[in-house]
Design a protein around this ligand. Structure first.
Ligand code: NAD
Length: 547
């Protein structure tokens, strides 16, 4: 069983200092005697529940979110099981601390709040010795790697090596939300420099204080990393995270058919958004094939969502060219149309034959969308006119304002509901509180990628899949949508309660594993029951007896 813990001969202080094995004051009397711990911990033997009371109390006492983040990271460094128990018991409260938005603030301050290293750092100086660096990692059955080069951290831009907070935080979510065992997770920072002058000038910056590496040398470093991973951790899935837009598309294109890899900013976002759209159809009564989707923003998120919607429509029997014409984009220069000469490669497949249009409002009148999706990073761009136009064209307009953090959302939940007299089906990237309008309460959905990537990762891990395919994200989206209850729909909510995340992730993992077996993407023999296969992989943060 992957989660069985071996003490590797560890005793005494070594045991207390190993966060994967440490139980602190919860070591039993028998363990204290057998493992050389007698006298090294206070006499009272706590239960994990008592320890939880203590750490939650300490957490609550922290004055601000950054202090809470620092507290949780240091708990993780001491005692992983207790850390994950705490997170799981207070998921909704702590997810915004260990991940966005607080992790963004932590990355900005990373060099100043740094205490202990976590994960692996690879720099341009390591060309030719990346395999040796991977050998330094203390665990040999690595299954999920999250790697970033820190160029586009959340909506915060280039944070260089400070971006390490992102792979660390993301992998915590793999474990918390899906139960991917922590010993099988590896965070990696590919430190290729930074163009952020304030970091270059900061004496406490933790990375290489040089301008960013680009071009063939950058590509060669990534290539060496990927091939070294294949040799050292052949069952690992590599998730590229928060790379700049042009590298993200290029790397995905380069590696997706060669190794087990995906990009959450592109494909995970697509999965969660498609799921929201599918759920919205229980309210709007639309069929997927009849949706016309207009995007504000044609970057990693927007194009990723567009591509997955096209795949989903094709699965519903729509021809590819028709499906593509159901997805339109507006970027910072206006409607994406074929006659434009300034379009980046990734936008070309959605550049339709049409006269240009400069504004979002004009684009709405042209496209007459059933759904409007904001992934521009530009706050308040869904103006009253825009939202009212959507309301005029649709009985139940679908409006997803996905830009993060909250301050970047294209409109607020209250605006979307108010300007459509409560008819909007609204979701956002960052959470918004419910809105009561004329006596009716509307609950906005949160299109959080954490609904998708942990389950996909768990499914890939359990099935030992050799590739991560679009079909896996499609089935993940459908599974997530199927878990939205009638009660959720009645409140206007297009995602399930976040507190059901482990159940959701397990169901997604089963669906993903099913694809791996059906498409011959694994060498494992298909077991009768995939749910049992998945459950056997899941990490539970309760303590086990060592003696
Ligand atoms: P990106 O940089 O790859 O793309 C941004 C796009 O927006 C570009 O095409 C750019 O041309 C366009 N844009 C910029 N200004 C614009 C304007 N004034 N009008 C129209 N378009 C404009 O970034 P990304 O990774 O695609 O992320 C975009 C946003 O989506 C971010 O705010 C991010 O937080 C959010 N996002 C949300 C989720 C989620 O909610 N699950 C997931 C991923 C990304």
């Amino acid at each position: 069983m992957t989660q069985s813990l071996h003490l590797h001969g560890k005793r005494g202080v070594d045991l207390l200092h190993d966060p994967l094995l440490n139980k602190g004051t919860a070591f039993t009397d028998a363990e204290r005697d057998a493992l050389g711990l007698r006298g090294l911990v206070p006499p009272y033997v706590n239960t994990q529940e008592q320890q939880l009371m203590r750490v939650y109390e300490s957490y609550k006492r922290k004055a601000d979110d950054l202090e809470k983040y620092i507290y949780l990271v240091s708990l993780q460094e001491r005692n992983e099981a207790l850390f994950y128990r705490l997170i799981l018991e207070h998921l909704e409260e702590m997810m915004p601390i260990i991940y966005t938005p607080t992790v963004g603030l932590a990355c900005q301050r990373y060099g100043h709040i740094f205490r202990r290293p976590r994960g692996l750092y690879i720099t341009r100086k390591d060309k030719g010795r990346i395999r040796a660096i991977l050998q330094n990692w203390p665990h040999d059955d690595v299954r999920v790697i999250v790697i970033t080069d820190g160029e586009r951290i959340l909506g915060l831009g280039d944070l260089g090596a400070n971006g390490m907070g992102i792979p660390v935080g993301k992998l915590s979510l793999y474990t918390a939300c899906a139960g991917v065992p922590p010993a099988q997770c590896l965070p990696v920072m590919l430190d290729v420099g930074t163009n952020n002058q304030s970091l270059l000038d900061d004496p406490l910056y933790i990375g290489t204080p040089q301008p960013r590496l680009r071009g063939p040398e950058f590509d060669a470093l990534v290539e060496e990393f990927v091939t070294s991973v294949q040799e050292m951790f052949p069952k690992a899935c590599i998730q590229f995270e928060d790379f700049g837009n042009s590298n993200a598309f290029r790397l995905l294109h380069e590696y997706r058919h060669r190794v087990c890899t995906f990009n959450d900013d592109i494909q995970g976002t697509a999965g969660v958004t498609l799921s929201g759209l599918l759920s919205s159809e229980r309210i709007t009564g639309h069929a997927l094939a009849d949706e016309r989707v207009l995007f504000l923003g044609a970057g990693e998120a927007g194009i990723g969502i567009g591509d997955l919607i096209v795949s989903a429509m094709m699965s519903a029997g729509v021809a590819e060219d028709v499906a593509r014409r159901n997805c339109w984009f507006v970027d910072s220069k206006g409607l994406v149309v074929r006659s434009r000469t300034d379009l980046a490669e990734h936008k070309l497949r959605f550049a339709h034959d049409h006269a240009p249009a400069a504004t979002l409002l004009e684009a709405i009148e042209i496209v007459k969308p059933t759904a409007l999706i904001g992934v521009s990073g530009m706050p308040q761009t869904f103006t009253e006119d825009v939202v009212r136009a959507m309301g005029r064209l649709n009985a139940r307009p679908v409006i997803f304002a996905l830009s993060n953090p909250t301050s970047k959302a294209e409109c607020t939940a209250e605006q979307a509901y108010t300007w459509t007299d409560g008819r909007a089906v609204f979701a956002s990237g960052s959470p918004f509180a419910p809105v009561t309008l004329n006596g009716t309460t509307h609950v906005p959905g949160q299109g959080n990628n954490s609904y998708i990537f942990p389950g996909v990762g768990l499914g890939v891990l359990a099935s030992e899949a050799s590739r991560v395919t679009d079909e896996m994200f499609y089935v993940a989206a459908k599974t997530l949508s199927s878990m939205v209850t009638d009660g959720d729909v009645a409140l206007g909510r297009v995602y399930p309660d976040l507190n059901r995340i482990r159940e959701v992730s397990a169901a997604i993992a089963v669906a993903v594993a099913e694809v791996a077996f059906a498409r011959g993407l694994t060498r494992l023999a298909r077991p009768q029951d995939l749910a049992t296969l998945v459950q056997a992989t899941v990490y539970h943060p309760q303590y086990r007896d060592y003696v």
